[in-house]
Design a protein around this ligand. Structure first.
Ligand SMILES: Cc1cc2nc3c(=O)[nH]c(=O)nc-3n(C[C@H](O)[C@H](O)[C@H](O)COP(=O)(O)OP(=O)(O)OC[C@H]3O[C@@H](n4cnc5c(N)ncnc54)[C@H](O)[C@@H]3O)c2cc1C
Length: 458
């Protein structure tokens, strides 16, 4: 049983079903309305690793990939060809629902309350209230309807894919102690909307001022705290414009929505919204414990988000593939051994990069807006650095990049003093974060988690 029909839950369901498991997805909203309802930047390599085809033409916007990055006070710019594609998550959600249906996945939607039944510390059943049961299981074993608006579901494995707050993780003792609520200074408040262009001459003047063509993107980083962004992409038709904003949710910097409103006030050519949304994104590295008591975590519920820009789609999709690969290799997919194997495999594949970029994100907050400006003016922020961040893959600098960075540090020794210790921690975290204990051993996991926490700063 998978709880949550966002992209992470749907791909977990799809990958489990493709490997022969009988799967039911439970969603609290109406089916087809789950998950992100806005455009997200996504990467082809992550879709491929997740076991699904890269974004289809009807899911992506026909943008050029040219991205111009400015720091505060218009420092820079740095221009690069971004690997990111802008995809409409509503369409990806529809595609995943269709693929799941083709594999025989059953859906339950409108589920309001979830009551967990545990036997000997393992979740064995969920009771759902207020749900609509749609072509659900009919063999009388997997699930039994107990009333028109209530459902009793038994399963060997439960997947918590219910987003940032999770639903099951706080109800399972062995998981709850590993998965504390994410503090506000580790959350990104973000908004993304597609707007109509209200004034074509105005948008042309904006593009000329930035030296861009329609379809190119421009992003200001560091305007609202060291970790913050305002990204504007005028669509090639000159009729629509995408605006994405984000900052830390501690309250010091307003919210994604206040940054968006300011951008609209400063650019009156941005017209009415067509679609989009706001939300909070966890920015910390994934929880150390990704499964226990018959429950696996995927997606935002596991903090499987690329921390340097709060991108959770790709990592959440890939987690579903890792989960399915690991648990089907065990006779009991919800056993502690199966869940530990998933956790170890996920951290081995993604934990290093996510830990390194967790430290990098904290560095950006620590150096603040002025530090971000100096990254641009010193020449330390390069197209290579921006490109590997956008590609969500940690890479060690080449000798030539190290020499170029040393020259930049000579131009701004104060920045070097602030940055070098952080970058050293990123590099070590990239190795340590990938090396979680392979065998079930809670104390070893606790030691590893503390070591990663010391490196990344929390
Ligand atoms: C404005 C904004 C812009 C973003 N931009 C990007 C980007 O450019 N690139 C990127 O990769 N990521 C981006 N993200 C992050 C990304 O959207 C999330 O990381 C991703 O959607 C998480 O997917 P998920 O499936 O784990 O959770 P969600 O999308 O939150 O889905 C969880 C699902 O669980 C359901 N649910 C909740 N409670 C229950 C319950 N009790 N029972 C049943 N179902 C339940 C919810 O209704 C929802 O459908 C952005 C986020 C925001 C807010």
């Amino acid at each position: 049983v998978v709880l949550g029909a966002g992209t992470a839950g749907l791909n977990a369901a799809l990958q489990l079903a493709r490997r022969g498991l009988q799967v039911t997805v439970v969603e609290s909203r109406r089916l087809g309305e789950g998950g992100a309802r806005w455009d997200n930047g996504v990467l082809d390599w992550q879709y491929t690793r997740a076991g699904i085809a890269p974004p289809t033409p009807d899911e992506v916007h026909d943008t050029t990939g040219v991205t111009r990055l400015y720091g505060p006070a218009d420092a820079g710019p740095v221009t690069l060809q971004s690997p990111t594609r802008h995809a409409d998550m509503r369409r990806l959600n529809d595609r995943l629902v269709g693929l799941c249906r083709a594999e025989g996945v059953a859906f339950v939607d409108g589920a309001r309350d979830v009551v967990v039944s545990e036997v000997d510390g393992r979740v064995r059943a969920l009771d759902l209230v207020g749900c609509d049961h749609d072509d659900g299981p009919s063999d009388g074993q997997h699930g039994d309807e107990v009333g028109a608006r209530a459902l009793h579901l038994e399963a060997d494995l439960f997947v918590d894919a219910a987003g940032r707050r999770g639903v099951l993780r706080s109800q399972v003792r062995d998981l709850a102690q590993w998965c504390p609520p994410v503090a506000r200074d580790l959350l990104c408040t973000a908004s993304q909307f597609m707007f109509r262009v209200a004034d074509v001459d105005g948008v042309r003047r904006f593009l000329d001022r930035c030296g861009l063509r329609a379809g190119d993107g421009v992003t200001w980083v560091g305007l609202d705290g060291g970790f913050s962004a305002l990204a504007v992409t005028v669509q090639p038709d000159l009729e629509r414009v995408s605006v994405l904003t984000g900052t830390i949710a501690s309250g010091s910097w307003g919210s994604g929505r206040t940054i968006l409103d300011r951008a609209r006030a400063e650019n009156p050519w941005i017209g009415d919204p067509i679609y989009g949304g706001d939300g909070l994104i966890p920015l910390r590295r994934p929880f150390a414990r990704l499964g226990a008591g018959g429950v696996a975590l995927v997606g935002d519920a596991a903090c499987q988000v690329f921390p340097a820009h709060g991108s959770g789609i790709g990592t959440g999709l890939m987690a579903g593939a890792v989960l399915a690969e690991q648990v089907v290799a065990h006779p009991d997919p919800g056993s502690d051994e199966a869940l530990w194997a998933y956790q170890h495999a996920f951290h081995a594949e993604h934990g290093g990069g996510l830990a390194a970029y967790d430290a990098f994100r904290r560095c950006s907050s620590a150096i603040g807006s002025d530090g971000i400006r100096r990254l641009f003016t010193s020449g330390l922020f390069t197209a290579e650095m921006g490109g590997s961040g956008l590609d969500q893959r940690w890479s060690e600098p080449t000798p030539a990049q190290t020499v170029a960075a040393a020259r930049a540090y000579l131009r701004d020794p104060g920045l070097a003093r602030a940055m070098v210790p952080w970058l050293a921690r990123c590099a070590i975290a990239a190795r340590v974060g990938a090396a979680s204990p392979a065998e079930p051993d809670e104390r070893a996991l606790r030691r590893w988690d503390r070591r990663v926490a010391r490196l990344v700063g929390g």
